[in-house]
Design a protein around this ligand. Structure first.
Ligand SMILES: [Zn+2]
Length: 98
């Protein structure tokens, strides 16, 4: 992707509160990929100046989803740990046989 001039979009009315306006901001986006927490700095989002509601940019979300999608990314095979049977450590009290 080439660096394009980021035009600040017009604020839009918040749909969560009557007075708020949502402004385009760059925030840090957090998402979970399986067990891993992914953080994306400078992620475009809309933030309400009154109630603080956040809405992420749809295009950016779909772009990120595509990036993080297992089909688009590395074809690593995440394999789960096999359920191992509890190893026997032998008898705690070795009773001598009579
Ligand atoms: Zn609001």
């Amino acid at each position: 992707m080439s660096e394009t001039e980021y035009v600040t979009p017009q604020p839009v009315p918040c749909n969560e509160c009557p007075a708020g306006m949502m402004h385009a901001r760059l925030i840090t986006y957090f998402t979970w990929m399986g067990d891993e927490l992914i953080t994306v700095p400078h992620f475009p989002a809309w933030v309400c100046d009154v109630c603080g509601k956040r809405e992420y940019d749809e295009k950016a979300i779909s772009w990120l989803t595509m990036l993080l999608s297992p089909d688009a990314g590395r074809p690593t095979h995440r394999h789960r740990k096999p359920h191992l049977p509890r190893p026997r450590t032998g008898p705690a009290h070795a009773a001598p046989e009579s």
